[in-house]
Design a binder for this molecule. Structure first.
Ligand code: GDP
Ligand code: MG
Length: 716
C-alpha cells in the first residue's frame, strides 16, 4: 500500500518548489499566485511507496473558487494519509486561517513554516514549539528555496502518514465522532453558543458542499438537529453562521499569534522590496519601465539570438548535419526521392524550426528571470490599473504573460478567474501576445523583409497588447460581458534573486515542448507536405511531379482565394497560413520548403527565395505576418480553449473572434497600405475602411449596462 501525502497551502507559499525538490519533478514554479491550478502527483524521492500531491494554492477551504473546490474535494473524498501544510512564515497570520480548517478535516497534519530565510532577515521570531503545542501537530521550520529543513519535514510527514493516527478530529475543539459532537451540541445550546462547535461543523456539514454532507452519512434527523442548532446560534448571535465561524477563526488565530510570534520592532522601516516597489509600481513610472523592459527583452532576443541562430542554421544544421547527411546518401546511392524527402522535407523543414531554438532559449531565459525575481507579479498589479478601466482585473493579465511562452498553459491559467464572464473573455484574449512559436514567424519575416530590424519584434508584442486592450474595451461594452471588474487582491511576494536551478527548470520546461513538437508534429507535417508537394496526377496517372503539378498546389490554389484580400493570395501563402494553424512555427518550415532554398543556402539566399513567394513586397510580407500572429492560436491551443470554456458555442465564438481579429488587421494594413503606397482603391479598400469605422464604433459607443437578471437571460 502506498502512502499519499497532500501538499496544501496558500498560493505562493512555496509548495511547488518543495514538490519539485522532493519528487525530482519540474513543475512550474512562479513567483505569483495562481500558477498551479490542477493537482500534480509525484513519487517522493527515496521512498518508492510515498506519493506526493501538489494541490493548488488556496486561502481557505470554502467552496467558492475552482482551486478551493479541487483541493477540498480531494482532501475529503480521497483522504490522503497525511497533509503537509506549508505556510509562509513571513505572512503567518493569514496562512493560519487555512491551517485551522485543514486540522478540522481530521487527517494527520504536519505544518512546515517556509520562507524562514525571510523571517530571519526580517528579524521576526516564531516560537515553533509553542505553535506546535497549540495546533496539536508537528511544526517545523523550512527554507524550500535552498532545500533547508526539508529532510526533517520529510521525516515528520512520513511518520505522520504511517501512524494512521485516528487522531482527534479537531484537536483544539473536541475529539471524537459525530455522536460525540451531537452530544456536545446539546450541551452547548444550553450553555449558549460555543463558537468552536460551529467551527467544527463548518468544514463538516454546512459549508454548502453536498458532497461533504453525503460523505458523513448523517441521518435526516441528525441533519435537522444540526440545522436547528445552527439556526439557534444565528439567532443568538444575530449574524449568519458563516460570519460567526470566520470570526471565531480569526479570534482563535489572533490568540495563537499573540502567544507564539514576536515581530521585529522594525515596523515602518522599508525593506529592499518596498524600495524597489516604490519605483517600479510608481503611478507614472510603472508603465514606461515595463515597456522598456519588454522592449529590451525582445530586442535582445532578436539581436543576440540571431547571431546564435545564424550559426545554428548555417554551420550546425547547414554544413555539419545537411552536409554530412547529403554526402553520406550520395555515397550510399540512396534513391533520389528519399534524398529529397530527407534533405528538403525533414531537414529543410524541421531544421528551420529547430534553428530558432537558441532564440527561444534567450527569450525564455529572460522572461523566467523576470518571473522568478517577483517582477512579473508587480506587472499584474500594474496592469490591474489599466485593465480595470475597461472592466477586467489584473488577474486576467497573468494568463497573458504565461502566453508569451505558450498559449496552452495560458488558457489553463484562466481557471483562477472566478467570474465566468471575465474568464471567458480572458480565454478569448490570452493568446494575442506572441508566443514562442509565433516569435519564429516574426524573426523569419523580419530577416526577410525588414533587414533584421530589432524594432519589429517588440512592435509585434505591443500590437498584441493593443489588441487585448481594444478588444477588451469593445467586448466589455457588449451585453454579455458588461460587469464591474472583480476586485483584485494579490499580495506581492518579496523580490529575490532568481536561482539558477529555478530559472533553468523554467527554460528547459518551455524549450523541451518546442523540441518535442519539432520531432513529432512538425516532423509529420513536413513529411506530409513534402509528399503533397512532390506527388500529383499528370496525364491521368499518379506519381512524382514537378511542383507546378503537385497536389499541394491544387489545394493551395483553392484556399488562396481566401487570402486574396490580404495580399498573399497565392497558393504558397495559403498553404503556409493553413499549416501555421497546426503549429505556428510550421509556417517557417513550410515557407522554407516552398521556397526550395534548403539549409545549405546562406541566410540571404533563403530570405530572397521567401521574399519572392510574396512577390518581393514588404507590405505583403507584413500582412502575412500580422495575419498569422494575431489570428487564432494553433490547433492544440484552440482545442484547449474549447475544453476550458466547456461549451462548444463559446469555443466557436472564441475561434471566430480570433480569426476575425487576425484577418481584419491584415486586411486593414494591406488595403490601406496599398491605397497609400500605390493609390489602389477597390472593394477591399471599402471593406477595410468600413472595418476601421466598425472598430471605432465598438470602442466608443456607450456601454450596455444591464441588470444581472438580463445578463442571465442573455447567456441562456
Ligand atoms: P506555490 O504557489 O505555493 O506553488 O509556490 P512556488 O513554489 O511557486 O513558489 C513561489 C515563490 O516563492 C517562488 O518564486 C519561489 O522561488 C519562492 N520561494 C519558495 N520557497 C522559498 C523560501 O524558502 N524562501 C524564499 N525567499 N523564497 C521561496
Ligand atoms: Mg504551485
Amino acid at each position: 500500500m502506498s502512502l499519499k501525502i497532500a501538499l496544501a497551502g496558500n498560493p505562493n507559499c512555496g509548495k511547488t518548489t518543495l514538490f519539485n525538490d522532493l519528487t525530482g519533478s519540474t513543475q512550474y514554479v512562479g513567483n505569483w499566485a495562481g500558477v498551479t491550478v490542477e493537482k500534480k502527483e509525484g513519487k517522493l524521492k527515496g521512498h518508492k511507496d510515498v506519493i506526493i500531491q501538489d494541490l493548488p494554492g488556496i486561502y481557505s477551504l470554502s467552496p467558492y473558487s475552482p482551486e478551493e473546490v479541487v483541493s477540498r474535494r480531494y482532501l475529503i473524498e480521497e483522504k490522503p494519509d497525511a497533509i503537509l501544510n506549508i505556510i509562509d512564515g513571513s505572512n503567518i497570520e493569514r496562512n493560519l486561517y487555512l491551517t485551522t480548517q485543514l486540522l478540522e478535516v481530521g487527517i494527520p497534519t504536519v505544518v512546515a513554516v517556509n520562507m524562514m530565510d525571510i523571517v530571519e532577515k526580517n528579524g521576526d521570531q516564531i516560537n515553533l514549539k509553542a505553535l506546535s503545542k497549540e495546533l496539536g501537530c508537528p511544526v517545523l521550520p523550512m527554507t524550500a528555496l535552498h532545500g533547508k529543513g526539508k529532510d526533517e519535514v520529510v521525516k515528520a510527514i512520513v511518520a505522520a502518514a504511517e501512524s494512521k493516527d485516528e487522531r482527534a478530529e479537531a484537536p483544539h475543539v473536541f475529539g471524537g465522532s459525530i455522536e460525540h459532537a451531537l452530544a456536545h451540541i446539546e450541551e452547548s445550546i444550553e450553555n449558549k453558543c460555543d463558537a468552536s462547535v460551529i467551527r467544527w461543523f463548518a468544514v463538516k456539514v454546512f459549508e454548502r458542499d453536498e458532497a461533504v454532507v453525503e460523505k458523513l452519512g448523517l441521518s435526516e434527523d441528525e441533519k435537522k438537529h444540526i440545522d436547528a442548532h445552527i439556526q439557534d446560534c444565528e439567532k443568538e448571535m444575530d449574524d449568519d453562521a458563516e460570519a460567526i465561524i470566520t470570526d471565531a477563526r480569526y479570534t482563535y488565530i489572533q490568540g495563537l499569534v499573540d502567544k507564539t510570534i514576536k515581530k521585529a520592532t522594525s515596523h515602518g522601516k522599508m525593506t529592499v522590496s518596498d524600495k524597489i516597489d516604490r519605483v517600479v509600481t510608481n503611478r507614472w513610472l510603472a508603465l514606461p519601465i515595463f515597456a522598456v523592459i519588454m522592449f529590451g527583452i525582445y530586442y535582445l532576443v532578436v539581436q543576440l539570438g540571431s547571431t546564435i541562430t545564424d550559426w545554428t542554421n548555417d554551420v550546425l544544421i547547414g554544413e555539419w548535419v545537411l552536409g554530412s547527411v547529403s554526402s553520406w546518401m550520395e555515397a550510399g546511392n540512396v534513391a533520389p526521392w528519399l534524398q529529397g524527402l530527407v534533405v528538403d522535407g525533414v531537414l529543410g523543414g524541421v531544421g528551420t524550426v529547430l534553428g530558432f531554438v537558441p532564440q527561444m532559449l534567450v527569450l525564455f531565459l529572460l522572461i523566467s528571470i523576470l518571473e522568478d525575481s517577483g517582477y512579473m507579479a508587480r506587472v499584474a498589479f500594474i496592469m490591474d490599473r489599466i485593465f480595470r478601466r475597461f472592466g477586467l482585473s489584473g488577474k486576467s493579465f497573468i494568463p497573458m504573460l504565461v502566453g508569451t511562452g505558450c498559449g496552452v498553459p495560458a488558457i489553463m491559467a484562466t481557471r483562477t478567474i472566478e467570474n465566468e464572464r471575465d474568464r471567458r473573455m480572458t480565454i478569448m484574449l490570452s493568446t494575442f501576445l506572441p508566443c514562442g512559436a509565433k516569435m519564429e514567424i516574426i524573426i523569419m519575416m523580419v530577416v526577410t523583409f525588414f533587414a533584421g530590424s530589432a524594432w519589429m519584434a517588440p512592435l509585434m508584442y505591443f500590437i498584441g497588447f493593443g489588441i487585448v486592450i481594444i478588444s477588451g474595451i469593445a467586448l466589455k461594452k457588449t451585453k454579455y460581458f458588461s460587469s464591474d471588474p472583480a476586485p483584485f487582491v494579490m499580495e506581492l511576494p518579496a523580490y529575490h534573486l532568481p536561482t539558477v536551478k529555478g530559472v533553468l527548470i523554467h527554460v528547459w520546461e518551455r524549450a523541451k515542448a518546442f523540441i518535442i513538437k519539432a520531432g513529432t508534429i512538425i516532423f509529420s507535417i513536413c513529411v506530409l507536405l513534402w509528399f503533397l508537394m512532390n506527388f500529383g496526377f499528370t496525364n491521368g496517372h499518379f506519381g512524382m511531379v514537378a511542383l507546378e503539378d503537385s497536389m499541394l498546389r491544387s489545394v493551395g490554389e483553392v484556399l488562396a482565394y481566401l487570402f486574396k484580400p490580404l495580399g498573399f493570395g497565392n497558393w504558397q501563402g495559403a498553404v503556409a497560413s493553413v499549416s501555421a494553424e497546426l503549429a505556428k512555427e510550421q509556417a517557417t518550415a513550410t515557407l522554407a520548403m516552398l521556397a526550395g532554398a534548403s539549409q545549405e543556402a546562406a541566410e540571404s539566399v533563403q530570405a530572397n527565395a521567401i521574399s519572392a513567394l510574396f512577390g518581393g513586397s514588404t507590405l505583403v510580407g507584413l500582412s502575412f505576418m500580422l495575419f498569422n500572429i494575431f489570428n487564432a492560436p494553433c490547433l492544440v491551443a484552440i482545442v484547449t480553449a474549447f475544453r476550458e470554456h466547456a461549451s462548444r458555442k463559446w469555443g466557436w465564438i472564441t475561434f471566430a473572434f480570433q480569426m476575425g481579429v487576425g484577418y481584419g488587421l491584415a486586411l486593414v494594413v494591406y488595403q490601406l497600405g496599398m491605397l497609400i503606397t500605390e493609390g489602389v482603391f477597390g472593394l477591399g479598400t471599402v471593406f477595410a475602411i468600413l472595418l476601421v469605422l466598425f472598430v471605432l464604433w465598438a470602442l466608443f459607443r456607450p456601454a450596455k449596462k444591464v441588470e444581472e437578471g438580463q445578463v442571465m437571460k442573455a447567456i441562456a
